[in-house]
Design a binder for this molecule. Sequence first.
Ligand code: FIX
Ligand code: ZN
Length: 435
Amino acid sequence: MNNLTTKQLDLAISSDGATDNKALAANELWQQVYEIISTAPVFDLHTHLYAPQFGELNLFGIDELLNYHYLIAELFRFSTLTPEEFWRLEKTKQSDLIWQTLFVENTPLSEATRGVIAVLSTLGLNTRAEDLREAREFFAAQKPEDYLEKVLKISRVNDIVMTNDPLDESEIKVWNGDKKIDSRFHAALRLDRLLNGWAETVPLMNKQNYDVSANLDERAIQETRRFLDDWISKMKPLYLGVSLPDDFVYPEKSARGKLINEAILPTCKAHGISLALMIGVRRRVNPALKLAGDGLGRADVSVVSRICAENPDVKFLVTFLSRENQHELCVVARKFANLMPFGCWWFLNNASIISEITRERFELLGTSFIPQHSDARILDQLIYKWNHSRRLIADALFESYQGLLEDGRIVTKKEIQRDAEKLFSGNFRNWVGLE
Ligand code: FIX
Ligand code: ZN
């Protein structure tokens, strides 16, 4: 029921002549919201993509798309092949099998299979092909630098944040080399191995001439801070990031807890850099599936309350992997201005859950959150991941505007443009101190 009387609505619509400030009646509202959201430039704050300068780390094409670990996990739902037999196949045979099993013999209904369909369809390729010949010919004909422009244009992604591991040999080579990295690709310094596997990390840091030891004494803490300082100046990351298990606690009597308190948080303060906490992953619940073998668990959101309360001068980007943690995250974000919730991460990146999470975020946080990141691992995925999410976010935003209209306030095209800019790029840019 619309609280605005027809007269008020007519008055509001004609309230001022300027088109952008003209009130939008409900029927034209959807059109405007959808158009503005569909074209809003995106700052993709978390991906596993790499700039072209990273060479073979920069993945695209049908064989990479089909070997996405989401699809490998889904393959074993239908195939009698064992993981060991699958891993013995060469990549093109793996993608042939995945295409045959998930797309020909079965209907591609999952988010990940529909994503491949959306990419093929957008690129004008046969989505019901019996084999991958046409697709392989198409991608083989793409010049990587031209194809990158094509994908960024289609997906309207202007900026991409990578996930950069300062302990990865192939990455170290690029960062120590003299290639200028495409400025649209930004670094995020990933801390998983340092924080979640200290014992295995010690020799890797020693190899880079940092004098650390397993017993994490004062010297090790100092040297870890020097390691972080050096890599921050080399990568110029927009944030430091780490994924954490569902049973993560803070404070924690562990190497991780000591490193967070004595190395990571002081480094964030010293550099004024944000810390991204991605909480709730259970790594290798089925090791046989390798990257596809990770799961999730419901976490204790109070850890975020404590870390935000005890570190008011650190800005935290936070996402949880469990659907059951999302409402609590919104409530904690209402308590702490140094907390920015972001994304519908991984197993949450599905229409039914994105819809639910985005609606509760608008209801509890207004536009003070970052609705999505792609988590893309293969360049082409930007095409479907952002197309799917834009539609869902537009639906939720339209519903919020409709509610506002019913409560008695019109919304203008200019305000929709302002909100879309905040949600898809501005909130993140401001959070990490970009102009
Ligand atoms: O920790 C992460 O960054 C996760 O996103 C990855 O580990 C995961 O494999 C992924 O790509 C999910 O989309
Ligand atoms: Zn990720």
